[in-house]
Design a protein around this ligand. Sequence first.
Ligand code: DLL
Length: 439
Amino acid sequence: MSDRVHLIYNPERECMSRDELHAWQSARLRETVRREYDNVPMYRARMDEKGVKPEDIRSVDDLRYLPFMEKTDLRDYYPFDLLASPQSEIVRIQGSSGTTGKPIVAGYTRNDIDVWSEMMARTLTAAGCTRDDKVQVAYGLGLFTGGFGAYQGADRIGAMVVPMSSGNTQRQIMMMKDLGVTMLCCTPSYATYLGETIREMGLVPGRDLKLKAGCFGAEPWTEAMRQHLEELLGIDACDIYGLTEIAGPGVAFDCLEKHGMHINEDHVIAEIINPATGEPLPYGEKGELVFTTITKTGMPMLRYRTHDICSLTDKPCECGRTFARMSRITGRTDDMLIIRGVNVFPSQIESVLIKTQGVAPHYMLVVDRVNNSDTLEVQVELTEEMFSDTVGHIENVRRYISEQIKSVVGISAKVTLNAPKSMPRSEGKAKRVIDNRKI
Ligand code: DLL
């Protein structure tokens, strides 16, 4: 039980009963399936092939009869063949460069921008934002949805928006200080970089800055990283999740309880499936997250496989919201590394590194194949204090990290400790893995 004050942007929707929600979702699902069947030839063909007609889908319970959609569909039907509205209705294109593969694009109608803005207004409000706040948007403003999403949400609330986009770190900090910015929106890796630079500039967050919370997402991060950022910046660090295909950021968001992200279930239906068989899994079980949009009109997505791995719960939350929550994303079915037969998620290694004294949270995993056997090298940066310490201590750090990785992940790794500030910093989504086996 926490004594937090929970602000809720749209209590009527965010706190509706699960029964009301079921009826709400079912009605909108029926409309969306009809719209998709009538307007998107690819999906109509896929339903016909499965022998499913729009009238067979009467409620959320029938969702499982619908065929899946995949990221490859967005490439195969690029750029406009998945639109369920005429192009003249599309008022915005956003895209994702992602960290893997070619870019994909999504078209939004005025309605879709409205829905997305509402989802982001709820997200920022849940982190404590009101119209009296000053919101620095340090996600990229462009085709990437991060910048526009945060901007639209803060604008909807009526807060003061500082649309910096990513990069130009010293200038970001100058504005943060001079304007008295209270909320920061960027990737967790960029927040780390900003935090370090703030300290290097001799600024102390609680004294020189007015930051109180951050909405960090667009890439996987860990609980350990949350604690690190909260201490570094003296703020509440909230996780925020989303993807271009579904809406952008704000599909799900942390409230200040920080016990899983509330999914905006009046706009999307979430399922967890077994990634190997496609079978739906019950609440509590970990698997691949699948989304169906039920209020989007431009490019609705039905049973879209995200490849993100997490679990869901509909247990009540202290904040009063009734929307189900998703756990942190622990990896992707396609960024999961298989090293000597062992499944390895970069997030497992990150938690080991963050808990280790003497190293900074900047790391890279390099996977290779030598003499037909996989190798893993973990490169991580030493802190200034550790770097200037005696070699004996540095050796202890290396040994400690190796032992921890062996015990947490189950495989041995070569640990390389690099000099402070020698590893690349990220202003957007961080690249954490180099897999030389694929080349
Ligand atoms: O990254 C949207 C976004 C912007 C979310 C800003 C949050 C904040 P895409 O570029 O399409 O959209 O990438 C979507 O990023 O499938 C996940 O693999 C990953 N991702 C997004 N948020 C999180 C998060 C944006 N909080 C892909 N934790 C998704 C872990 C995340 N992974």
